[in-house]
Design a protein around this ligand. Structure first.
Ligand SMILES: [Zn+2]
Length: 101
């Protein structure tokens, strides 16, 4: 998984195409991410108790990693990720600006 929590991603497909959002949760097993404010589903919640109102709650639904692209934090463009080894550490770099992301 090349996308990490707090990365910014732009949606490439689906109803939120072209929108960007911050990654809240990464689900490596299913290769999905939960992006803040994107791919919202509306859940209709019924009133459980008397006097309580039923309501519609919006909630993010996980999207497949392949339907989004990473937005670089340093150059602001959509990009692919490369890796660079610096001493003991492996750092992620943007393939466009070569900056660390
Ligand atoms: Zn960049």
């Amino acid at each position: 998984m090349r996308i990490k929590k707090n990365d910014n991603v732009i949606m490439l497909s689906g109803k939120d195409r072209g929108k960007t959002g911050k990654v809240l949760v990464v689900l490596p097993r299913s290769e999905k991410v939960l992006v803040e404010g994107l791919n919202l589903i509306k859940r209709h919640v019924r009133a459980r108790k008397q006097g309580q109102k039923g309501q519609i709650v919006s909630k993010e639904r996980a999207v497949s990693v392949s339907s989004g692209a990473l937005v670089c934090k340093s150059c602001g463009k959509t990009t692919r990720i490369g890796y660079k080894v610096e001493g003991e550490n492996k750092v992620r770099v943007c393939k466009k600006c070569k900056g660390e992301t």
